[in-house]
Design a protein around this ligand. Sequence first.
Ligand SMILES: Cc1ncc(COP(=O)(O)O)c(C=O)c1O
Length: 362
Amino acid sequence: MKYGRIYNFSAGPAMMPEPVLEEIAAEVLNYRGSGMSVMEMSHRSAVFQKIRDDAENDLRELMRIPDSYRVLFIQGGGTLQFSMVPMNLFRGGTACYVESGAWSHKALAEAKRYGNALAWASSADREFSYVPDCSALTLPENTDYVYICENETIHGTTFYNLPETNGVPLVSDQSSMFLSRPCDVSRYGLIFAGVQKNVGPAGMAIVIIRDDLIRDDLAPKTPVYLRYKVHADNDSMYNTPNCWSLYCCGKVFRYLLELGGLPEMERRNREKAALLYDFLDNSRFFHGTAAKNDRSLMNVRFVTPSPEQDAEFVAAARAAGFENLKGHKSVGGLRASIFNAMPKEGVEALVAFLDRYEKAHT
Ligand SMILES: Cc1ncc(COP(=O)(O)O)c(C=O)c1O
């Protein structure tokens, strides 16, 4: 790694691609002859308008987003979307949530404030270690939308098959898997992602929403900023957007296109995750916690034989230059987040370290 950088396994904010950081560094004092950095630039300027438009166009190309969907850049991160989704999508019916981990659990609790939201399926019975099978379930007749968290960052599980919703809009929180593999946008009503895991700097969420779900007839007290229509009608520039995050994310979109797009990201991500899971499957000391068929390509959860040993491992790993391997405080254990920007060499080095550690402790 150049510049004294280390392998950072944080679940977010997380690593960004080094070539992108180098480009940003080169432009930080004077963006392409404008005489100012993007941090200092009016969002109403022609220079920034091009940054915004290029970002949207490149994202559309990367994900092959159909024309019938709008792309919105909204401040407030993933959490604000837990509120905006029910505020904008409830039509007096029911919202069916698949509760597959901490983030869908939180989103469901928030939706209950705005309407009749229920856990349509849940994996709480086994500590959210798997993704519930929804194939035999039917939806209530008046279902307004079905909600999933497509990759549960804390529990390390992911959906490899989407639930069948028979025409009911499917809403997906893709925060911790956005752009990690190809995605058929036409299967969703709405996709959202906080950008600070797999794309760029924190402080922005990307929302991809089908035209017919953008409505005006919301509860009168719905704040102006929390209406998707306001963002759509103003090309995400109703107010000052998160200019810096948008600019950095745009650079990542372009970089991913140059690498070969989402099929190439999926190839790399599968290769990296396999290195780690193969090691864990054969280890007698470290154990993966997620059900094999559902385990995430992005967030690999595992444990040692005891919480004390977990803590000792985290300290030893840090001393060896592997940062942020501690599991989320709500579940403990260990977690390696290996988003798009984590190089394969980082995972190889981690596996070699795990192997050495295991040999020294058994
Ligand atoms: C899947 C998922 N959804 C939502 C969030 C919340 O995102 P934010 O911190 O941007 O509000 C997170 C944060 O880690 C997450 O992992």
